[in-house]
Design a binder for this molecule. Structure first.
Ligand SMILES: [Zn+2]
Length: 198
């Protein structure tokens, strides 16, 4: 398995300035689907109410990336709708794909290399450990994972998540990394995220 991982694919993705425009475009598409569906609670229309968030580990991103979000236009409802995202992951301050890639690498690389990568991205040891625990506990217990895991044949190794997911998607290729972050996008909405936090 290790020979297939190498070290460069993760770092290449993280350093690639072209990744951001792709991710942003996918988020805009996901947002358009949400907007077109209208309010989930009444018959109201959704108006744009984006909010600013600058996730860490995404230094090549524009200064003020905005998470797409909407508010219902009906008096008395006004509920917020936040579509899934491939750039953000719940309330994390790190970009979603950084959490996926770095957590995956922590399974495949020598501790020394993991430490170097952490340093480069400004992720402390405890944070990375929390991410690992999150994949191995909350993620595998989530309704999302229980629903989708049967799609993988042979079954994915749950002990090495998300590395096993990355390998299965062959994320060395950028288009496949995009497929993976799209696959994970349903867990990024505030509603879905609730069951994924302690
Ligand atoms: Zn409404």
């Amino acid at each position: 398995m290790k020979t297939r991982i190498g070290e460069s694919w993760c770092q290449n993705h993280l350093a690639n300035p072209k990744l951001y425009p792709f991710l942003e475009q996918i988020d805009l598409d996901l947002a358009e689907i949400e907007r077109a569906n209208g309010c989930r609670y009444c018959s109201g229309e959704l108006h744009r109410a984006n909010y600013r968030r600058k996730p860490r580990g995404a230094e090549s991103w524009p200064e003020e990336p905005k998470r797409c979000s909407f508010c219902c236009d009906q008096e008395g409802c006004r509920r917020r709708h936040t579509p899934p995202s491939v750039r953000f992951m719940g309330r994390r301050v790190y970009a979603g794909f950084v959490v996926v890639l770095v957590s995956a690498m922590s399974h495949g690389l020598k501790p020394k290399r993991v430490a170097e990568l952490r340093k480069t991205l400004g992720i402390d040891r405890r944070t990375l450990e929390r991410w690992r625990q999150w994949w191995l506990a909350l993620f595998i217990e989530s309704s999302f994972w229980r629903e989708v895991r049967a799609r993988f044949m042979p079954p994915l190794c749950q002990k090495t998540l998300p590395l096993s997911l990355c390998l299965s998607f062959e994320v060395q290729r950028r288009d496949r990394l995009l497929d993976l972050v799209k696959f994970l996008a349903p867990i990024t909405t505030p509603t879905a995220w609730k069951e994924l936090v302690m």
